[in-house]
Structures are given as C-alpha cells and as structure tokens.
Design a protein around this ligand. Sequence first.
Ligand SMILES: [Fe+2]
Length: 157
Amino acid sequence: MKYEWDESIKIGYPEIDEQHRQLFAAFNEFLDACGEGRGHSEIVKTMEFLSEYVIKHFMDEERIQKENGYPDYHQHKRYHEECKIMVISLKSNFLREGPTAAVISRIQSSIGDWLLNHIKIEDMKIGEYIRARERLYKEIQLRQALKNGAGQPLTSG
Ligand SMILES: [Fe+2]
C-alpha cells in the first residue's frame, strides 16, 4: 500500500504539511525501489534518504513547536524518539536481510502506519494549537487597538 498525502491529514501549518508530503513521497520511493527490484545500492539509497528525512522532519517539527510554545512538546518529542529507535532498528534489519517481503511489510506496517497515525492524531494537535494561539493574539491586538482608540470620537456618519 502506498501512502498518499491528502487534505484529510492537513494540519494547517504549511511547512509541516509540505514535509509530511515529502515524507510519504520518500516512503513510496523506497517501496517502488523494492517493488521494481532495483539494484541493491539504489534501494539502500532510498532507505537512507527516508530515514534521514524522518530525522530532519522531527527536528524541524520540534523547533516549530518550541517557537510556538507548544505545551505538549516533551511528550511529542518522546513519540518522535520512539519512532527514531524503530527506524534505526528496521533499517539495520533491512541492511542485514535485504528487501525481503517480510522486511518490507514490517517497515510498512511499522514506519508507514506509525507516521500516518501520528500525523492524524498528534501533529493535528500542533496545528490546532497554533491556530488557537494566532486567534488569541489577533483578539488581544484588536482589544488593544480598541482601547487605544476609545477616547476618539467616531468618524463615520
Ligand atoms: Fe510529530
């Protein structure tokens, strides 16, 4: 099964959404390389790219959470750490055993499904939090503007 990014897993933060799209593209590239029976070094390259991209993405996502004061940052980072351990272990399985059906299906059901689930549940919360925070800031700004302009006469009419 291939993983397609679509609107249903859009978290509403463009930088993260774009990376999720790339993540699935990298995952599919790996699956294609295995499915098409490309050469060993070619398949290994796609696996290397995928695992490096997972790590880069987690780092960027954690930075965005910090920048926005996301309150569940530590828990979220723990989930990322668990996934990284899983990726490292599956990658070494893969390098040892090669692209066997069992290894590929384990990678698919572990990394692919994990990512999809994580985006749907945990990353979605980041998007919701950032949007709520932006709404609050706008409200504060509006109140401040109204307060500052409160003493002035109305110009309309
Ligand atoms: Fe995440």
